[in-house]
Design a protein around this ligand. Structure first.
Ligand SMILES: Nc1ncnc2c1ncn2[C@@H]1O[C@H](COP(=O)(O)OP(=O)(O)OP(=O)(O)O)[C@@H](O)[C@H]1O
Ligand SMILES: [Mg+2]
Length: 345
């Protein structure tokens, strides 16, 4: 299993070529920046902290850092610090000697020892207990440790990649995360961009996932209809690529034709972000930028709503006011979930 990044010269797409199972797909400026950081730092032994919301591909980035590096032939050892209870985590990481505690019936190597020549991926690092944070700091500085209950000093040549979906700086301010450990981990930060900030990658990702979910099935899906794609581009994807992946799997399963269409998309996606908040007014583009697609969709929805109100929801007249076909209007009303006081006209 592995992830390899590679420029695709023919298509001008930067994609991570599949090698075994995983690939990082994308061609946006944001994801290409991540690719270039990975290439720059993968061979250095410095600690990397991958930051980003849930589902943005932090683990994939960690794998790419490992498999693309000169440690790639060595082991990639993931540890989910949030999923393993504190006492167990210590023995998972450092190992233990036989008899070190009640259930230690035999000597066991820890993950740092197992990762000799490779990479340890410390996922959800913010969840590590204060006691383990101290121990981790020491290991990062010295690359040496003892198994629990042992006296022999063990050396292991591993590289650490850590990941977090929390704001570690905030955790430091709140006193939940050691400041010295934070600086030690954060030598090279890589930010996994949220999907909504790079929605031009959505069609590529959808194509990739459609292939993934149809390759073992008889069912063939050729693509996504334009209006359905517009809905998928407008949605804010709070669960990021993981949510998109699950959505494509579901749509592939449930679609009745060879093209994914609006009817295959769950209702909650048809209204932006599932919310009904009123659209914002802008006198100028806000400093942090905005999503043109979303703002345009809000505006469109508002204008259609206005036309419908002015014409007492008589669709023929509203369509005339807007200079669109009645069928177009109906399609847009359906997409924006605009239903009149008494629908038919
Ligand atoms: N750019 C991408 N190209 C292809 N697949 C992706 C990409 N980013 C994420 N994925 C897929 O989305 C899913 C979630 O990715 P991953 O587990 O790496 O996210 P994460 O940031 O570690 O999430 P969490 O914080 O919830 O652990 C995985 O199935 C992964 O293969
Ligand atoms: Mg993860």
């Amino acid at each position: 299993m592995g992830v390899i990044l590679q420029e695709d010269e023919n298509s001008n797409k930067t994609v991570a070529k599949e090698k075994g199972c995983a690939a990082i797909i994308g061609n946006s400026k944001e994801i290409r920046h991540v690719f270039s950081l990975i290439k720059k730092v993968c061979d250095a032994d410095t600690t990397v902290l991958v930051r980003g919301e849930s589902g943005t591909g932090k683990e994939l980035i960690a794998q790419a850092l490992h498999y693309d590096s000169n440690r790639g032939a060595g082991p990639f050892v993931p540890v989910n610090c949030g999923a393993i209870p504190g006492e167990l985590l210590e023995s998972e990481l450092f190992g233990h000697e036989k008899g070190a505690f009640t259930h230690a019936v035999r000597t066991r190597m820890g993950r740092f020892e197992l990762a000799d020549g490779g990479t340890v991926f410390l996922d959800e690092i913010s969840e590590m207990s204060p006691m383990l944070q101290v121990k981790l700091l020491r290991v990062l500085q010295e690359k040496q440790f003892e198994r629990i209950g042992g006296t022999k000093t063990i050396s292991s040549d591993f590289r650490v990649v850590a990941a977090t979906n929390r704001d570690l700086e905030h955790e430091v301010k709140e006193g939940r995360f050691r400041e010295d450990l934070y600086y030690r981990l954060n030598v090279i930060p890589i930010d996994a961009p949220p999907l909504r900030s790079r929605n031009q990658d959505i069609p590529l990702l959808i194509e990739y996932f459609i292939n993934k979910f149809t390759s073992h099935r008889k069912k063939k899906i050729k693509g996504v209809a334009d209006d359905a794609m517009a809905v998928l581009l407008r949605y804010s994807w709070p669960g990021n690529v993981r949510e998109l992946e699950n959505m494509v799997e579901r749509m592939v399963l449930l679609s009745s034709g060879t093209t994914i269409c609006v009817d295959d998309i769950p209702e909650r996606l048809l209204v932006r972000g599932g919310d009904e908040e009123s659209p914002e007014e802008f006198d100028e583009i806000p400093e942090q930028g905005f999503f043109l697609n979303e703002v345009m969709a809000d505006y469109e929805k508002r204008l259609i709503g206005m036309a419908l109100k002015q014409t007492n929801w008589v669709k023929n007249r509203a369509a005339k006011l807007l200079n669109v076909n009645r069928t177009t209007l109906i399609e847009k009303m359906k997409r924006f979930k605009l239903t009149g006081p008494d629908s038919e006209s």
